[in-house]
Design a binder for this molecule. Structure first.
Ligand code: AMP
Length: 472
């Protein structure tokens, strides 16, 4: 099927052609004609399926009749409102809309929390046909009367399941009750939990359901591997996997902000370029980290589920579940970061003996068997205590060496040579897919030069640039 067969105008077709979209994705082929017809839509589509264009292109087509170049704000009332669970997803949708409206005089803006309200207020007061917002910040603007919603014709609830998970249900119901009754409502969600169905029943009119993949299905192009490993040794196995599998870029998921921060620190200590993003980081810092990841200067992005939501990172070859999520739906979301847009990918989960319950829940939800395997040298219950304590000793030595160095202003080569960032047996390094792990081991008595070479490995292995759409 071609985009030109879907009833979109030349201005929109030109813009998407410039984006390099040659044909509609399955969700686009199904949803675009329905949205153009004015029907309400309940769409089960995960991030990475092209769902943003699936709702945005027909919305722009429907709003085209209002497009005008007048400077008067009254000529640009809000006609389409998109609600997003996270700032990053809102930002991402905003970036897409800007490209799709390149040849149409329709205005769009994005409002989300964590940023000064004043520039957003100024934008809204100029008049905007399309507003993309997180629920909390939208309510703030409604309260300040910087936005009027009485002309809204289309409402989109994007990643509705996540908005409910994040506790936005009251905000969403409040916002929906302020909109004109005569409107089109489009709800996108990875899963149709009972609460989503209730929301649809309360606020939608005879919605058409569109599903592109089996509910909760994982992408078949993603190879899923599970390694059984003791919790205390996950960090070493992760370093080993990153290096031995030549992971040029990888997202590593943690359950908590605390463990994400700790892991990023540990990986840095192992000579990897790693940063953590989570909800406690300032928006500016998150965007900076994402830009570094986009540019390829950041090799490992450690993220919590909430922070990773909405990142448009496509064709990433590796995703690692450092901790299995409590909610199996999050597993589906996490591994959806790889193997996107037709590319293949590998999702690796590190499972400790305490995580069998989560593992079972994932198998049940995704209706597949994920047999745990063991990496040679990282067998559960084998050498963990000795390694952990030896690592602690190494840390203490490093700290002492640092103190000594700062006291004397000199380096202590003997101590440095004892520091091996990958306290793993050589057999484990040999077990890597390509044997490349050997590159990263530091032989006893290694010099400053060999450490430098090790630090440079990520740069040498740098990948084609993965697509991470972020705008400031
Ligand atoms: P989404 O699921 O909306 O987050 O989209 C995932 C990625 O697919 C984004 O980078 C889009 O720009 C891209 N995309 C959307 N539609 C198409 C298409 N028809 N062909 C190729 N790429 C697309």
């Amino acid at each position: 099927m071609l985009f030109s067969e879907l009833g979109l105008s030349p201005e929109i077709l030109r813009a998407i052609e410039e984006q390099g979209y040659s044909e509609p994705t399955p969700i686009q082929a199904k949803a675009i004609p329905l949205v153009l017809s004015g029907r309400d839509l309940l769409a089960a589509a995960q991030t990475g399926t092209g769902k943003t264009a699936a709702f945005m292109l027909p919305i722009l087509e429907r709003l085209k009749k209002f497009a005008n170049t007048s400077v008067s704000p009254a000529m640009h009332p809000v006609r389409a409102l998109v609600l997003s669970p996270t700032r990053e997803l809102a930002d991402q949708i905003g970036v897409n809309v800007k490209t799709y409206t390149k040849y149409l005089p329709l205005r769009a803006t994005t409002v989300f929390g964590g940023m000064n309200m004043d520039p957003q207020t100024a934008e809204l007061r100029r008049g905007m046909e399309v507003v993309i917002a997180t629920p909390g910040r939208l309510l703030d603007h409604i309260q300040q009367k910087s936005i009027q919603l009485n002309k809204v014709e289309v409402l989109v609830l994007d990643e509705a399941d996540r908005m409910l998970d994040m506790g936005f249900i009251q905000d969403i119901r409040k916002i929906m009750s302020m909109l004109p009754k005569e409107r089109q409502t489009l709800l996108f969600s990875a899963t149709f939990a009972p609460e989503i169905k209730r929301l649809a029943a309360d606020f939608m009119k005879d919605p058409q359901t569109v599903e592109v993949a089996r509910q909760n299905a994982t992408n078949e192009q993603v190879e899923q591997l599970v390694y059984s490993v003791d919790a205390g040794r996950k960090r070493y196995l992760l370093s080993h996997l990153i290096k031995s599998r030549d992971m040029s870029q990888v997202i590593v998921f943690c359950k908590t902000k605390l463990s994400a921060d700790q892991l990023a620190r540990d990986l840095k200590r192992d000579g990897l370029v790693a940063e953590a993003i989570h909800g406690d980081k300032a928006q500016a810092s998150r965007l900076e980290i994402l830009s570094a990841f986009k540019e390829g200067s950041l090799r490992v992005l450690v993220a919590t589920d909430v922070a990773a939501r909405g990142l448009d990172i496509s064709e990433l070859p590796f995703v690692v579940n450092y901790e299995l999520p409590n909610s199996p739906e999050d597993y589906v979301h996490r591994i959806g970061r790889t193997g996107r847009a037709g590319a293949s990918g590998v999702a690796i989960s590190l499972m400790s003996p305490a995580e069998t319950r989560q593992h079972e829940a994932i198998e049940k939800l995704t209706r597949q068997t994920l047999t745990p395997q063991v990496m040679a040298g990282f067998e559960p219950g084998s050498t963990a205590p000795r390694e952990e304590s030896s690592h602690r000793r190494e840390r203490d030595r490093d700290r002492d060496a640092g103190r000594e160095q700062s006291r004397s202003g000199t380096r202590t080569p003997a101590r440095e040579s004892q520091r091996d960032p990958m306290s793993v047996p050589a057999s484990a390094l040999m077990a890597g897919k390509s044997g490349e792990g050997l590159k990263t081991i530091k032989p006893a008595g290694s010099s400053r030069r060999s450490r430098k070479a090790q630090r440079e490995v990520p740069a040498l292995l740098l990948p084609p640039r993965y697509k991470v759409e972020v705008s400031r």
